[in-house]
Design a protein around this ligand. Structure first.
Ligand SMILES: Nc1ncnc2c1ncn2[C@@H]1O[C@H](COP(=O)(O)OP(=O)(O)OP(=O)(O)O)[C@@H](O)[C@H]1O
Length: 357
């Protein structure tokens, strides 16, 4: 196991921490030698059966609110050609993650063409843009699951070399919450939520079980500990996954700041279930309060989304990706008054404009 401080406490699916598990992730399968959970799950030959989960990260859901009249409205005020969007602060001491001139290709296909941005302490950032433009790829690069071909990722000012398995101590935990629930089908809710602690802490099981119940309550779920994922609705699965992403080993004295990366957390949910998840994302942030009224412990988060409601409710700042480049950045309220034709078309859901399908 690497001594990575970059989190293995991913949201919906734990990030691998060894080269072996990383390569299995690349091939689409994630297997965990979950010894503490396995002690209860032996197969007929008495061997531990690790849960194997297919990771589905690419998002295909179309923007749900497009053309349904609920798209963000522009006001009629003409906006000057040069937009005076919120300025980047000059002091970088609060920057947790920075992508500098990141390029990424898959085969001949150039996906990211030199993108640069910073995620600061306390921020709630959305990454939006048309399908296939590289949003999920950016999250995986930030999480350390993919390496950029060119450019660099800096974690609290220090350049990350290679993938998370190669990461030295960085003092930052980064969790990736996959779009699909990515819960282990064969594990109960308790085992799924407690997974990061069963795997990466020395906490006694009864203490983990207590924390699991507490974290489930924080996302508004009670009495589901013994259920299997197949017995939950889609929205409940996302909440269980969120509970897993925020569970922390509180037996440690120093708890590092944590950044959560959410890949389309509300895709496929009905509008009310989306609101619940959007509010939960807010509530686990350090500026929010969870369902129990306790302050959240997520320092910063980044949400990839297509949904206007998620943009409105769950993020403060937006980064707009188009054809592998950042074409616009600004605060959420600035989005609606942007004069950028790409942004305007995307926000209105119009078929006319520079974005071609
Ligand atoms: N591992 C991979 N191998 C080959 N191509 C890939 C891989 N991952 C992503 N791609 C391709 O890169 C492009 C960008 O994918 P990505 O999932 O980052 O886009 P996205 O903006 O998140 O899309 P969507 O909004 O539809 O989810 C797509 O054309 C996708 O097919």
């Amino acid at each position: 196991m690497a001594k990575s401080m970059v989190s293995t406490s991913s949201g919906l699916a734990p990030l691998p921490t060894s080269r072996n598990s990383l390569s299995s992730l690349k091939s689409g399968q994630l297997a965990f030698p979950s010894h503490r959970i396995c002690s209860k799950r032996l197969n007929s030959t008495g061997r531990c059966e690790p849960p194997v989960r297919k990771i589905v990260c690419a998002c295909t859901a179309p923007p749900r609110n497009w053309n349904d009249g609920s798209a963000i409205q522009f006001n009629d005020t003409p906006v000057s050609e040069v937009e005076h969007l919120s300025r980047e602060p000059e002091d970088d001491s609060d920057v947790l993650i920075e992508c500098r001139n990141v390029h990424k290709s898959f085969g001949e296909k150039q996906i990211l063409k030199g993108i640069s941005f910073k995620i600061r302490h306390g921020e709630a950032v959305g990454i939006i843009g048309p399908s296939g433009t590289g949003k999920s790829t950016v999250l995986k690069i930030m999480a350390g699951l993919l390496a950029p071909d060119e450019g660099e990722v800096r974690i609290r000012g220090r350049k990350r070399h290679g993938l998370i398995s190669d990461e030295e101590i960085s003092g930052l935990r980064i969790g990736l919450v996959f779009q699909s629930a990515a819960l282990f089908d064969s594990l109960t809710v308790r085992e799924n939520v407690g997974f990061p602690l069963y795997e990466h802490s020395n906490m006694p099981e009864d203490q983990i079980a207590e924390l699991v119940t507490e974290n489930l309550a924080a996302v508004g779920l009670k009495g589901v500990e013994d259920r299997l994922p197949s017995e939950l609705s889609g929205g409940m699965k996302k909440r269980v996954a969120l509970a897993r992403s925020i569970i922390l080993d509180n037996s440690k004295e120093a708890v590092e700041p944590e950044v959560l990366l959410y890949d389309e957390p509300t895709a496929g949910l009905d509008p009310i279930a989306s609101t619940v998840v959007e509010d939960l994302i807010r509530s686990v942030h350090l500026k929010g309060k969870d369902a129990l009224g306790k302050p959240g412990n997520i320092t910063s988060y980044v949400v990839v989304t297509h949904q206007h409601s998620t943009i409105r409710r769950a993020v403060d700042r937006l980064i707009f990706l188009y054809e592998g480049q950042i074409v616009w950045q600004g605060m959420t309220h600035e989005f609606a008054t942007s004069s950028n034709p790409i942004v305007r078309q995307f926000a209105s859901g119009s078929l006319d404009g520079p974005i071609k399908y």
